[in-house]
Design a protein around this ligand. Structure first.
Ligand code: GDP
Length: 291
C-alpha cells in the first residue's frame, strides 16, 4: 500500500478516529521499528490523551536490535508501554496480553471499585499505512476468534473481535497520516517503500541509502555485494551493478536496475537489519553521537 493523502482524507480520518476513540480503553499504536518517529503521527497523542497507550515496535526483524532496545526505552520513558514485535512471524505477540493488563490496570481497578466485573478491555489498532496493522490484527486475533458483531449502544456497523474474556479489538484499524511536510520524514518513508516508487527518483534514493549503510553499518555492503565500501555513492551503485550484471545491451551500466535491486533488498532485510533513525538525544542520556 502506498501513501496518497489529501486534506479531505485527513479530516475524515481524524473525525473517524475521534469517534472510534470514544469506544475504547486502549490504543495499540504500530510504528515501524526502522523509523519509529517518522512512522508516527504525533496528533494521536492529543487525540488519545486519556487512553492507555501501547506502542508496538513492528517489523523489529528488519531493524537493528540495539536500536530496538533504545527505542523501547525511549518510548517507555515517555509513558508508553512498548512491545517489540514481528507481526508477520508472530514473534513477540505472546507478551502483549500481560502488558495490556498492566497498561489498563487503572481501568480494571476503577471497574472493580464500581462493582463492575469482567468488563473486557476494548482496544483499537492505529498506525500509518503499511506499518503492518492488518497483518497484526490477523495474526494476533487469529482466525479462531469470532467477531462479536454489533452491540447495543455501540455505533452501528462497528465490529469487535473478541480475543478472550478480557480483551476486545475494534476490527478496523485507525489510519494515521505521517508528517509529510518534513522532508526527512518523506525520505525515510520512501526508503522503507511506503511512498509510491513512481513518484520517486529511485536512483537518487538508492545512492542516499548506499551512503547511509556504508557510513552507519560498515561491512554490510561488502558482505551482501562483495564490493569495496569506498568512493562516491555513484561508484558504490556502479559496483553493485557490476557484481549483479546490471547492463544495458551487455555494455552500458543499468543504473535503474541496480538501484531497484538495492532498494528491494534493503526493504526485504536482505542487506541486514538496519535502523534509519535513532532516538533523539535527551539531556541526561546524551552520550552518543547520532547522525
Ligand atoms: P497496514 O497497511 O498497516 O495494514 O499494513 P499491512 O498489514 O498490509 O502490512 C504491510 C506489509 O508489511 C505487508 O507486506 C506485510 O507482510 C509486511 N509486514 C507486516 N508486519 C511485518 C513484520 O513484522 N515484519 C516484516 N518483515 N514484514 C511485515
Amino acid at each position: 500500500m502506498n501513501l496518497q493523502w489529501y486534506p479531505g482524507h485527513m479530516t475524515k480520518a481524524k473525525r473517524q478516529m475521534q469517534e472510534d476513540l470514544k469506544l475504547i480503553d486502549l490504543i495499540i499504536e504500530l510504528v515501524d521499528a526502522r523509523i519509529p518517529l517518522s512512522s508516527r503521527n504525533p496528533d494521536i497523542d492529543e487525540l488519545g490523551k486519556n487512553k492507555a497507550r501501547l506502542i508496538l515496535l513492528n517489523k523489529s526483524d528488519l531493524a537493528d536490535e540495539r536500536y530496538n532496545e533504545q527505542w523501547s526505552a525511549y518510548f517507555q520513558k515517555k509513558g508508553f508501554y512498548v512491545v517489540k514485535v514481528n507481526a508477520k512471524s508472530g514473534a513477540g505477540l505472546k507478551s502483549i496480553q500481560g502488558v495490556i493488563q498492566e497498561a489498563c490496570k487503572a481501568k480494571i481497578e476503577r471497574d472493580r471499585r464500581r462493582g463492575i466485573k469482567n468488563r473486557p478491555i476494548r482496544a483499537m489498532v492505529v498506525g500509518i499505512p503499511n506499518v503492518g496493522k492488518s497483518t497484526f490484527i490477523n495474526s494476533y486475533a487469529g482466525k479462531a476468534c469470532a467477531k462479536t458483531g454489533n452491540k447495543p449502544g455501540v455505533t452501528k456497523g462497528k465490529q469487535w473481535i473478541r480475543l478472550n474474556k478480557t480483551l476486545e479489538l475494534l476490527d478496523t484499524p485507525g489510519i494515521l497520516w505521517p508528517k509529510f511536510e518534513d522532508q526527512e520524514v518523506g525520505k525515510r518513508l520512501a526508503f522503507i517503500g511506503s511512498i509510491k516508487d513512481e513518484i520517486l527518483n529511485l536512483e537518487e534514493l538508492s545512492l542516499e541509502l548506499l551512503d547511509y549503510i556504508r557510513t552507519n553499518y560498515p561491512g554490510l555492503l561488502n558482505t551482501r555485494y562483495g564490493i569495496k565500501e569506498e568512493g562516491t555513492p555513484v561508484s558504490l551503485l556502479e559496483a553493485v551493478a557490476d557484481k549483479r550484471k546490471c547492463l544495458i545491451r551487455g555494455q552500458e551500466i543499468d543504473y535503474a536496475k541496480a538501484a531497484g535491486i538495492v532498494m528491494e533488498e534493503f526493504r526485504n532485510g536482505k542487506i541486514g537489519r538496519i535502523t534509519l533513525e535513532f532516538p533523539p538525544v535527551e539531556e541526561e542520556t546524551a552520550h552518543e553521537d547520532h547522525p
